[in-house]
Design a protein. Sequence first.
Length: 330
Amino acid sequence: MNSLIADRTNLMIDNFHKLKHGFRWESNLVKHFIAMSLAIDNRKSEMDNLLMIRDCIRTHTSWGSYFRGTNELIFVNLLSSEENYADTFSNVQSVYELMKHSGFRSSPYLPMAAYTIASSSEKTQWNKSIERMGRFYDGMKKNHFWITSSDDYVYAAILATTDFDIEETLNKIEKYYDVLSKDGFYKGNALQTLSHILALSEGDVQENCRRTVALYEKLKGEKCKLRYDALATLGLLALLSTDVDTLVSEIKEVYEYIHSVDGYGFWSLDTSNRTMIAASIVSSYYIDNIKNGILQISIGNSIHAILIAQQQAAAAAACAAAASASAASS
């Protein structure tokens, strides 16, 4: 296993066991994704700091706030990377209120969209970014009325942080959706999300779709199949490397390693979540190489948006996994 990937994998495992003891009542699935997110940023779980941030969130929100519940630990993690977490959280809440006044409805996904705008735009640009987000979302809704909902807020916000032309990008999203549906992916919300991620690339649509299909099939062949609700991770992988065989081999290595570790085995994680975690660790290695100019690939000037997408895909996966586990137990 690549030494950097191995180091991040071991850091993730260590982070998870610290989180498991420090946040006893939160979902283990959410803790797995938070541990992974911290490791991707080369950060350790510093429990005293994380608990102080949680107290800050609870002090400045009501019991029923969408910043609480499953989102609480996700936001603890997001804010832990900020130099001044209290000011950042205040900014996120301000953007959240501006979004509601602009017509976005409250939901578990709106806080994450607010963080995306607040952390990527100057205060003077918030209204412009929210306006762009609204136009992206309205275009998504126009093209897919029945499947576009609040879970698309995050991806509309990510696209709003780019300088992409809105109409051109919406048309590109539809091209990805149509090509991939013809290549065997079921039409629906998961394919729409995958199309949003792939639209961050400035590369050839057909080539990106070919690579996406190849990744999906090869992962399935290695018994690392991703569920449809994890297709955002597949999209990120397709953007980051043209070498499908190497990508799948590296993901399989991480998958098999963590499968043997306490807390990551059969009784703790299903195949898709374990694959998603392994894929995210591997993708962070490629993102670092792109940022450092070691790897050249057709993502144009959208590396910042891809970094946000990686972060938000993990957060969305944590939300979905926790909700699914809760529904199964009730």
